[in-house]
Design a protein around this ligand. Structure first.
Ligand SMILES: *Cc1c(COP(=O)(O)O)cnc(C)c1O
Length: 540
């Protein structure tokens, strides 16, 4: 890397901070102690055995010695290298990277909230407990379920919690059921969480090849017979749970079915009510992965289609920036009969009692909120304290600032936008649509048929779209769609943005593989050799 910043306008080069180090430089100046006769006291060194102390000469501390301005510029420049929802369209299917209103950030960073100590007793955090309690009621209203826990700190943690609840339910009933049915249209975390919770996940096929070598003439031919994972892409593939297929797997060992809805093909699980009836008749439960609840919110209740237990991803549907792996919140909602198994702590509300009179007096309702840890059949604790409060607060603020009359617009516009893109891509990419007859929900999935016919791989496309100023969509997921490209515009994107993304896709196809195999070209770092970068990473 060149050592000079600004070699491309305002796109700065940036060297490692350690390479910018000069001996003796420091970001802070401490005044020297000029108080005569004042003894500072012992330092850590006085308490640690000499043999454990680092020898400054043999092993100097490898920390960069830099000035404050160098440090600030370094991190500010690096931050400008990141693409995010605040800088660009970020159509990452399955992840709901939408614009998150800044009002939620403002609320979550209010001093009297962000400085609260997690060990404070209930009497001091009545408003916090009240917010969680009321948000719980709001989610119950939106889903038709009876109670939520906010302990899980991510979607997958919610799934794990849900599976533990199902396990406990059958334990208490003294029934031995060890199988969880999982359609191949489910999110990848579903089989993983059911397995970690002690179940055996069993896959249910939803895609059916009309002929064994159902894929296109190119890679399909190579995969012929060997690779049934990549199945036919045209109208014969279903993408929904097939009742006849499902029936083959229902028996007394089945504890539950775990349905991602909308599924990972972006489709509404049409047969979910019938599936739920079959499961319930068998004494089994219905778990729904509702991470992408922005496809439903305000327009339908999951209780209406037979769901017993569900998780939501607050950091997707309910507005929280969640790049870089966190933080998150994956609340789990249940029907009445599963409430007793929810994790602790939980919040309960009571009318004021003499003991907490003071706190209750502050509340005009006279309600007093408690954090309780006792519950006979609870699965126990699954996170420290009470989940990620700041995320719950953002979600609460999001709903209140939208107002009741606007909540259903989230799902309406999310679905409208995804179908707009699907439809507008049809003229060029019809051969890539695995479900051409279907309406999609909040996202649409394409395979690589059309790009492949130009010698462009899905990865080439993803790299090329960066040059147009877009974050690439999710690629190669779901795995059973060949070279998958999964686009989620979300409800926050305008027609203008979607149109320019569609135009970019068409242009990439038109320019062909000479262009795309060498992309991106306009970024500071060009196409990386990803294998080499993985095999020979340079850490310093
Ligand atoms: C994102 C997602 C998950 C996992 O959520 P995390 O918060 O990343 O653990 C599970 N299921 C679906 C459908 C998802 O989209």
């Amino acid at each position: 890397m060149k050592k000079f910043p600004g070699s491309k306008g305002l796109v700065f080069n940036e060297d490692l901070l350690i390479n910018q180090s000069s001996k003796g430089l420091s970001g802070v100046n401490m005044p020297s102690n000029n108080l005569s006769g004042v003894h500072i006291g012992k330092t850590a060194k006085d308490y640690i055995d000499a043999k454990f102390l680092r020898n400054e000469e043999n092993s100097p501390l490898l920390l960069p010695e830099v000035s404050e301005s160098t440090t600030v510029r370094h991190f500010t420049r690096l931050s400008s290298w990141n693409i995010c929802v605040d800088t660009a369209f970020y159509p990452l299917g399955s992840c709901t990277m939408k614009y998150n209103p800044k009002i939620n950030e403002t609320i979550a960073s209010l001093n009297n909230i962000k400085n609260l100590h997690p060990m404070l007793s209930a009497a001091y955090i009545q408003p916090v407990l009240k917010i969680i309690y009321e948000f719980n009621r709001l989610l119950c209203g939106l889903t038709g379920l009876n109670e939520f826990t906010f302990n899980p700190q991510a979607g997958a943690a919610g799934e794990f919690t849900g599976m533990k609840i199902i396990k406990k339910y059958f334990e208490v009933k003294n029934e031995k059921r060890n199988i969880v049915l999982i359609p191949d249209s489910s999110h990848g975390t579903n089989p993983a969480s059911s397995y970690i919770a002690g179940f055996t996940p069993v896959e249910i096929k939803t895609l059916f090849a009309d002929k064994p070598d159902g894929h296109s003439s190119r890679e399909g031919a190579q995969n012929s017979g060997k690779d049934n994972e990549f199945v036919s892409i045209q109208s014969k593939s279903k993408g929904y749970i097939d009742i006849t297929e499902l029936k083959k797997y229902i028996n007394e060992d089945v504890a539950a079915i775990m349905i991602t809805n909308p599924n990972t093909f972006g489709l509404f699980e049409k047969n979910i009510r019938e599936v739920a009836e079959l499961m319930h008749k068998n004494g089994s439960l219905v778990y729904m992965d509702g991470a992408n609840f922005n496809a439903f919110i305000g327009n339908c209740k999951v209780s209406d289609f037979g769901v017993d237990i569900l998780h939501l991803n607050l950091h997707k549907t309910f507005s929280t920036p969640h790049g870089g792996g966190g933080p998150g919140s994956g609340p789990v909602g249940v029907k009445d009969f599963l409430k007793e198994f929810l994790p602790v702590p939980y919040i309960s509300v009571c009318k004021q009692t003499p003991n907490n009179k003071q706190a209750a007096d502050d509340d005009e309702q006279g309600d007093y909120y408690e954090l309780k840890n006792e519950k006979e059949h609870s699965i126990g604790r699954i996170s420290s304290f009470y989940g990620n409060f700041a995320i719950i607060l953002r979600a609460y603020s999001y709903l209140l600032s939208l107002g009741k009359q606007n909540i259903s617009k989230i799902s309406e516009i999310a679905i409208l936008n995804a179908n707009y893109m699907k439809k507008r891509l049809k003229d060029t990419f019809i051969e890539s649509d695995p479900f051409p007859e279907e309406l999609c929900m909040h996202e649409c999935v394409l395979n690589d048929n059309v790009f492949q016919s130009e010698g462009i791989s899905t990865l080439d496309f993803a790299k090329s779209i960066i040059d147009y100023g877009f974050h690439p969509p999710t690629i190669y997921f779901p795995k059973n769609i060949h070279g998958a490209i999964m686009i989620e515009p979300t409800e926050t994107e305008s027609i203008k943005t979607m149109d320019s993304f569609i135009d970019a896709m068409k242009q990439i196809k038109k320019k062909g593989n000479k262009y795309s195999t060498k992309s991106p070209k306009n970024t500071k770092i060009r196409r990386l050799n990803e294998v080499l970068a993985n095999k020979n990473p340079i850490f310093k």
